[in-house]
Design a protein around this ligand. Structure first.
Ligand code: TRP
Length: 362
């Protein structure tokens, strides 16, 4: 039995996807896809949103569309089950965003904490592009055009879903029940909410060079794990170590499953036991890193291999994205018909309006 859930989510194509994306949302999408408990599932490449802060780098966005699509397929998203599409190919989204703009105040947008941080990170303070400033509105259009009920995403997307919900309520209040309120689906595990970079910095980011990419080679992953930030006070193996803020343990929280102990670390029965030993002293960083490396390689190897297969036929990827975009556009167009009717701007298919006015003027 499948429920009425409509699942939708996407990523900006500004680079290849990394394991932060994976534990934050991608892994969950595959589970959702395979559980089949939905009416429809959409996953898209948010190229138009990527352009809101990359307007001078169109080629970067263009090149990364296929990278993200490859990462999706490599992780196991199946175009037979999920509609994969490219945001910019759905012009209805722009139309919807344009109408939504009337429902949101400037001060409401200014309060969005994610946009606030992004403005700071990009040094936009003195000159914020309007398109960037209003991307939460465009994102509300992405979500509502497909009547999404469920948006699997990281914590940073919470303000976007809140914004979308407010827009839906406002729209329905003014124009009548038309749009569906979305819900965010956050990762279950705290470590997955915001996986830190390998340097222990807040977040994985390409510019900081602290990411492990899904498409990294075995060698790259090894290098990155072995040089990962741990506990700077844990100098000798015998020293007591700290777990908090220790990237290796945060990654273990995100990736380690009970069966990994039997497979790679039979001296311990659980992560709690391993942590306790580290805290007591007598457990070296190298040992913990090697354990994490085994777990990561096992998880990433099939993804890496599938990617290589998909890379052999790039035209087929574009073909799949074109078909997905066409299918997605049909859905968005239906929603826009409803929106136009609700907003009283459906002049040509409203025979009643025309007849009424003919009488009035007649
Ligand atoms: N904001 C998301 C990101 O930064 C991408 C995105 C655009 C998105 N529209 C969306 C995510 C709609 C979920 C739903 O990666």
């Amino acid at each position: 039995m499948s429920s009425n859930k409509i699942i939708l989510t996407g990523d900006r194509p500004t680079g290849r996807l990394h394991i932060g994306h994976y534990v934050g949302s991608l892994r969950r999408r595959i589970e959702l896809q395979n559980e089949g408990d939905y009416q429809r599932m959409f996953v898209f490449v948010a190229d138009a949103q990527a352009l809101t802060d990359n307007m001078e780098n169109p080629e970067k966005v263009r090149q990364n569309v296929v990278e993200v699509a490859l990462d999706y397929l490599a992780c196991g998203l199946d175009p037979e089950k999920v509609t994969l599409f490219i945001q910019s190919q759905i012009p209805e989204l722009c139309e919807l965003a344009f109408y939504f703009m009337n429902l949101v105040s400037v001060s409401r947008l200014q309060r969005n904490p994610t946009v606030k941080t992004e403005i700071q990170m990009r040094g936009f303070e003195s000159s914020i592009p309007v398109g960037f400033f209003t991307y939460p509105i465009s994102q509300a259009a992405d979500i509502t055009a497909f009547r999404a009920t469920t948006v699997p995403a990281g914590e940073d997307q919470k303000p976007m879903i809140e914004q979308a919900t407010e827009i839906v309520r406002r729209f329905n209040h003014i124009y009548g029940e038309t749009l569906v309120e979305p819900n965010i689906m956050l990762p279950q595990n705290n470590a997955c909410l915001r996986l830190p970079g390998t340097d222990g910095k807040a977040k994985m980011s390409k510019s900081l060079g602290n990411c492990i990419y899904l498409s990294d080679t075995e060698e790259d992953v090894k290098k990155k794990v072995m040089s990962m930030y741990t506990d700077p006070l844990h100098i000798n193996v015998s020293d007591p170590g700290h777990i908090e803020g220790n990237t290796v343990f945060t990654y273990l929280d995100a990736f380690c499953k009970p069966e990994h102990f039997g497979l790679y670390n039979p001296e311990y029965n659980s992560l709690d036991e391993l942590k306790a030993h580290y805290q007591r002293g007598g457990l070296g960083d190298m040992k913990v890193k090697r354990f994490l490396l085994n777990i990561l390689q096992a998880e990433l190897e099939p993804i890496r291999n599938r990617r290589k297969e998909f890379e052999k036929d790039i035209p087929a990827i574009y073909d799949m994205l074109r078909k997905g975009s066409e299918a997605a556009r049909e859905v968005a167009a239906q929603t826009l018909d409803d929106v136009r009717r609700a907003m009283r701007i459906n002049y040509f298919d409203d025979a009643e309006l025309i007849a009424e006015q003919a009488k009035r003027f007649g």
